[in-house]
Design a protein around this ligand. Sequence first.
Ligand code: GUN
Length: 283
Amino acid sequence: MSAIIIDGKATSLKLKEQIGQRVQSLTSRGIIPGLAVVLIGDNPASHTYVKNKKKTCESLGMRSDLLQFPETLKEEELLEVIEGLNKDPEIHGILVQLPLPDHIDEFQVILAIEPDKDVDGFHPVSVGNMIIGREAFLPCTPHGIIKLLEEYNIDPAGKHAVVIGRSNIVGKPAGQLLLQKDATVTYCHSRTVGLIDYTRQADILISAVGRAKFLGKEHIKPGAVVIDVGMNRDENGNLCGDVDFEDVLDKASYVTPVPGGVGPMTIAMLMENTLLSAERGLP
Ligand code: GUN
């Protein structure tokens, strides 16, 4: 039997339509949700991501300010920029595109963003609130994964979820959100011994490794839900995930494609966080 392909593009379009309607209703009350995106240097991937974020904001009627700086920007200067955005009442969300140049301390930058405007969900206050299940901006990619599972009526409760990857942006929070949905969670990473012994036990397998076609059908349990967060290039230069999509199709029950799976959900969740931040000020 062939797996159901989880359509992140269609799901994100549906979400964006709802977000657009809420933006309109806020705008009619005089509030335009505003996102500031800070981009430093000329990493081509970062430029592409930022361009997509700006385009999506504008298509939904939200304000989007792109603040671009050269690689040589000093940390103190960046902190001052963030301070200005923290105080700007027309800016509801602040996103500093990562990675940052080596001379800038990423943690200090994340710490400088007002938690009320931390639409990436990277500030320690946001992370702490997320882990204890309090209201918080949830990090966009893991939140997008949860939304996809909801959309396809996949309930993580009682399931064994195996997360490969332990980044602060994806792996760690994805495991935490699945735990909150009552999954039993195992984290695997680059130092895990015998990775396949874990992946084969996964009812829900989340891969955030960053290696093209790293996982094949031998890694998965029959009927597993496979969520591929990888964004890689294959030997022909084509975009592909961590999972050999074709190979797992007749063994998984659900699988996300790359592109068109988790990726579009990340931007939709960023838009939702910015909207939520703007809605918070309402009486
Ligand atoms: N770089 C890659 N992914 C992200 C993200 O989700 N947020 C930010 N700020 N930078 C990133």
